[in-house]
Design a protein around this ligand. Sequence first.
Ligand code: PLP
Length: 283
Amino acid sequence: MNTSSTAYINGKFLPLSEVTISPLDRGFIFGDGVYEAIPVYAGLAFRLDSHLQRLENSLIAIRLDNPCSNEQWRDIVNQLIEKNQSGDQSLYIQVTRGVAERDHAFPATKSATVFAMSKPLPAYQQEPIKAITRKDIRWQWCHIKSTALLGNLLLRQEAIDAGCQESILLRDGILTEGAASNVFIVKNNKIFTPEKNNNILPGITRDITIELAKENNIDITETKINEQELLNADEIWVTSATKEIAPVIELNGKPINGGETGPICQTLQNLFNQFKQTLRDHS
Ligand SMILES: Cc1ncc(COP(=O)(O)O)c(C=O)c1O
């Protein structure tokens, strides 16, 4: 962990190692907060407006006033990028309901805690992964990007314990998403992905993948996918800001597409890379 990187806490930029919060912060005590993870390519926060909109949606859903205007967020994000040597990074921003006496009820006085940090983009982007299927044991408001991630953590750890990198989740036999990713499948050259609802996080990388497929006349449908359709898929991949588009080459110990990245996944990875390159060229 690079603790000498610069972080942001409640109006101040500080070395990460010097950031402190109260043990009474409701983020610490209850997981009463929301967050965003934003990829930065060549010093530019990727799809920042979409991330800020999703943050606003999460804050509305947990009845917490947005502590910053979009202009203030953009300023915090851009200063943080610059103070961490620009280039490629992964930015994390978090808002909690702040410090208050421990009580389930919301505190009468509002004092949100705003925290942001930067770390290098992980090296495993787009790498093929192995996955397992698991019952989606999480709560029913998965569209909120809540810091309370215990269900996701337990499910991700089950994948790690099984020698895999991700758990793909099914609620009542219907595919929802990964422990920290959205899921796409291919059958007969057509792409399918679960529709947006309260069972999945509306991933920004998911949106970009759908846009790229549509712009390039690749058949894509947002729909319900059942367990058999998942298990019989020709290709599967997951998307997230950190994994980008990562092919699942083994599910529950069985190879998918012969254990290789499938052709449609490869096409989308190429389109995604071209898209990023265009951004880099204009930065
Ligand atoms: C549960 C869950 N679903 C989906 C995603 C993908 O979202 P995004 O593409 O915006 O990173 C994430 C990202 O962390 C996640 O935690």
